[in-house]
Design a protein around this ligand. Sequence first.
Ligand code: ADP
Length: 246
Amino acid sequence: MIEIRNLHKSFGSLEVLKGIDLSLEKGKVLVIIGPSGSGKTTLLRCLNLLEMPDAGSLQLGETSIEFDGRRKADKQRVLKLRQNTGMVFQSYNLFPHKTALENVMEAQVVVQKRDKDAARKRSMELLAKVGLSGKEDAYPHQLSGGQQQRVGIARALATDPEVMLFDEPTSALDPELVGEVLKVMKELAAEGMTMVVVTHEMKFAAEAADTVVLMDNGVVLEQGSPRQVLQNPSSDRASQFLNLLT
Ligand code: ADP
């Protein structure tokens, strides 16, 4: 489902991704961990082209793109690739003046041109799926952080993406609200959604990941099953990072 080859990204003179190779099969969960500043979020944002890579290639579902910093990537392919992903942000990024239902409806109506009744029906289903039936008419400020993030997940699912991307989805939450968001993510994984998750939640990585990737300083330091990477890493640098967490 996802194939990343030799991906590079710099911001000015700062090289943040130094040649990333990764692949992920359909229905699998990839969890990206690593120290702050190692390039995790940048890699995730490159997957839906919120950041445009400088070099390398990316395949997502049927769409593949080669990057060459000197030329603009093909616009149609960029759009197609973006539409095939759903992104969940650390800070939820809901529209504050729209209700939960309207937030979930928005992209379906505006981007996908779905008719309003169909979009409303789908949004009600998705809000029920993330445990928010009865909260359709609430505004973001009337919801807890955990509830807002679950609206964020419903919104990302609403355009029927093949891949869901999560950027530290629980980092902004009070500890007691983390579980309800991880539960929804685990349910999605169990249903066979292909997911890439940047997180500091090691328990989630251990329980839900098929593959764990440990990034450090713009490269993939370790890649393997949760057991391999979290319990038996091959490099000292990885052991150091994991020891710091315990
Ligand atoms: P992580 O998610 O692992 O904490 P990031 O991908 O957010 O790492 O950041 C990696 C590095 O890239 C950091 O040094 C960060 O300051 C820098 N960076 C990220 N985004 C930008 C940007 N838009 N402009 C300039 N530097 C950036």
